[in-house]
Design a protein around this ligand. Structure first.
Ligand code: FE
Length: 213
């Protein structure tokens, strides 16, 4: 009898300890970031500049496309820095993720940047302030440049093309907050505003591209 009671007690104890329902591990969220791979060139750039990207959010949907404008030139050199010694203009780092429609990073995405210099002029003869790069294994890009200047009819902007491996090209432009020219620029789109961090001597601009993979 005593043994029977003990067994019943054990059974009750097991039942209480068991989960009341099946709890499966949390599903991967859309903001999940790919595992950090071995050290890459891009990691060095992010570490060296104390840049840690926030977990991506894709609440605003796909990045809107914009006109290419008249100054695109194919064949830009591959580089993370468009900055050259003595170049006028405030130094600027532009960083972020390239993400797909499910908010997943797109490693190896091609990004081609081109912009006016601080005086609002494009280099149409050469490749000054033009360059392409590929998103790293975490889908991040890193661009060192200077603030572009205004030119007639346009507020400050940086042109960009983004293409996932074997995907379609997104052509767009990035804008800067609190620029007086934004309100009078017919192409300006507030959804393409970067988030600016003032670091004294320079700024860091954050922007995530979200494009169809
Ligand atoms: Fe332009």
């Amino acid at each position: 009898m005593k043994r029977k009671l003990y067994l019943i007690f054990l059974l009750l104890l097991t039942a209480c300890a068991a989960p009341t329902k099946n709890v499966s591990p949390p599903a991967a969220t859309p903001t999940e970031i790919l595992p950090i791979p071995s050290q890459t060139h891009q990691n060095d750039l992010f570490d060296a500049n104390n840049i840690i990207l926030a977990a991506p959010e894709c609440n605003s949907g796909l990045t809107s496309s914009q006109t290419e404008g008249p100054y695109y030139k194919s064949g830009s050199p591959e580089r993370n820095s468009l900055y050259e010694a003595g170049m006028p203009g405030k130094r600027l780092l532009v960083v972020g993720y390239v993400l797909d429609q499910n908010c997943q990073p797109i490693p190896g995405a091609w990004l081609d940047f081109w912009q006016a210099d601080a005086n609002g002029s494009y280099d149409n003869a050469g490749y000054t302030l033009r360059g392409h790069q590929y998103a790293d294994a975490q889908g991040r890009y890193f661009l060192e440049t200077v603030f572009p200047g205004e030119y007639p009819g346009r507020t400050q902007h940086i042109h960009v093309k983004v293409q996932p491996p074997n995907g379609n090209i997104l052509t767009s432009q990035l804008y800067f907050p609190n620029e007086p020219g934004n309100s009078s620029d017919g192409i300006f789109d507030s959804a393409l505003l970067v988030k600016l961090e003032d670091r004294g001597d320079y700024f860091v601009a954050y922007f995530n591209f979200v494009t169809q993979k």
